[in-house]
Design a protein around this ligand. Structure first.
Ligand code: FE2
Ligand code: FE2
Length: 481
């Protein structure tokens, strides 16, 4: 056995939480395991469960070498429970309990709030697996297929991570919640997943890349905030999940980037200069940039809804209680208590969008969302650098935060991508300028033909610059035969 530090990798459930000596939790998890496998077999990647996939598995929490790569059948993936190492003498960094020792047990007064935070995070993890379950059938390459499955098994592990916390710290209620996490289904009219964006469809690979870019990044922001939690086991769990999450956003950023690259390349080869000449660009068998922009508008706006209302008592309470902090809390230069001070929030007043200072505690969702938008723009500027490199006159731009919203201040109005408020009739008339139309969706779908040969890529996406785990270009990431 190789050196994997303090991780017990031999049993049914690899872990670094000493499950072997925690028989109550070990049994609870062993009882949950068959239900999980049933869920994975029903709702996981359809048509590829028996294939060997070149996957990384977390085998350590050492930042220098936490994963190993090997061929695995997905149902045999080792979904482990791994917490980042305990920080000695860790103190709560914010809120009413700032400076007190971090909690190793659930503080009784906050039990319900904490359970809710864990269940909501937990619910998103299996949801995305469900949303993405048919994509293997149209994978543009074995490389991309492998990345999809990697994201899927890791979202499965994130569910395990949250279920461990529920089983270990929340007794009978925790067991019940763990069961329900396996019962809800993305998009089901009777038992949907808890959050809107996780009930949308992910019907094609452009959607998948946009989802991993925008929606997994919401996951990153939530995990960053929960990694500051005064409840130490939650903090440690989230810190390790963030290690895996980075790859999901890499898949999204480079996936969209490779589509942009291929489109610009095809335009250059064919001598098409006008990116808005959609018909000519589409004839080249690539995705035109205006459609790509519309897909970004859709996924960005759906994801903004995940941050909740701009002004939120729940967010204020969770911060005050020391359960959920801010993005990079420790780097912020203020008192970390926020009983005084304000935060500027965009609001709808008399049908106009105005900036208003609200108490800092009430504006925490807005603040996390602002940090998210900043983070999103980093990848967008990389996409634009590719477009620039080809001399194409087009700039991808994130839409205004009031655009296409279903939660918060702007749910009541329609706005265009620049944030101008539109009358309902005008919105109906112009909707297809901003969001993918039925025709756009049909075009994208027409491109979704599988390419399962090693070293080959569908015509609408450029190959990656480097392989996974430094593998050569013709590496067989998934053994299809
Ligand atoms: Fe996740
Ligand atoms: Fe993720």
């Amino acid at each position: 056995m190789n050196d994997i530090g303090n991780v017990d990798y031999e049993g049914l459930i690899p872990n670094n939480v000493d499950l072997a000596h925690d028989t109550r939790v070990k049994h609870a998890l062993e009882r949950w395991h068959p239900g999980y496998l049933d869920w994975w077999n029903d709702m996981g990647p359809e048509g590829f469960q028996e294939k060997l996939v070149y996957l990384r598995t977390a085998v350590s929490v050492d930042p220098k070498g936490w994963a190993k790569f090997d061929y695995v059948r997905m149902p045999e993936y080792k979904w482990g429970i791994l917490l980042a190492p305990q920080v000695p003498d860790r103190k709560i960094g914010f809120g009413a309990h700032k400076g007190e020792p971090a909690w190793q047990e659930v503080p009784g007064e906050y039990r319900a709030m904490l359970r809710r935070l864990i269940v909501i995070q937990g619910d998103t993890e299996p949801a995305s697996v469900e949303q993405q379950r048919f994509l293997g059938k149209t994978a543009p390459s074995l490389y991309d297929m492998r990345n999809l499955f990697q994201v899927n098994v890791e979202e499965g592990r994130h569910l395990w991570a949250m279920v461990y916390l529920l089983q270990k710290y929340f007794g009978a209620d925790g067991r019940e919640e763990a069961e329900e996490l396996l019962q809800r289904r993305s998009g089901d009219p009777d038992t949907p997943r808890m959050l809107g964006a996780f009930n949308e469809k992910t019907p094609d690979w452009l959607s998948f890349f946009m989802f991993t870019y925008f929606t997994d990044r919401d996951g990153k922001m939530q995990l960053e905030a929960l990694a500051r939690s005064g409840f130490d086991p939650l903090s440690r769990t989230c810190r390790f999940m963030l290690t895996e999450e980075a790859h999901h956003m890499f898949v999204g950023e480079t996936g969209v980037g490779r589509i942009v690259e291929r489109t610009c390349q095809a335009m250059a080869e064919a001598g098409v200069a006008d990116p808005h000449d959609v018909a000519r660009v589409r004839k080249l068998g690539v995705i035109d940039l205006p459609t790509l922009q519309k897909k970004a508008n859709l996924h960005f706006s759906l994801t903004l809804d995940l941050f909740g209302s701009e002004i939120s008592t729940n967010a204020a309470n969770a911060f005050h209680a020391g359960l959920k902090g801010r993005f990079r809390e420790e780097r912020i230069d203020d008192d970390h208590v926020l009983e005084r001070g304000t935060y500027p929030v965009l609001r709808l007043k008399d049908h106009k969008i105005v900036n208003e200072d609200v108490p800092a505690l009430s504006g925490l969702n807005m603040r996390l969302r602002d940090d998210y938008v900043t983070d999103c723009n980093i990848g967008v500027s990389r996409w634009n650098a590719v477009i620039d490199r080809y001399g194409v006159k087009f700039k991808i731009k994130l839409p205004h935060v009031a655009f296409h919203r279903h939660i918060g201040e702007f749910a009541a109005v329609h706005a265009d991508a620049d944030g101008n408020i539109l009358a309902d009739a005008e919105w109906e008339k112009r909707r297809d300028e901003f969001l993918p139309s039925a025709g756009d969706r049909a075009f994208i779908e027409s491109l979704m033909q599988p390419q399962y040969e090693p070293a080959k890529f569908a015509g609408w996406i450029a190959p990656p610059k480097v392989g996974i785990d430094n593998k050569p270009g013709d590496f067989e990431y998934v053994k299809i035969a």
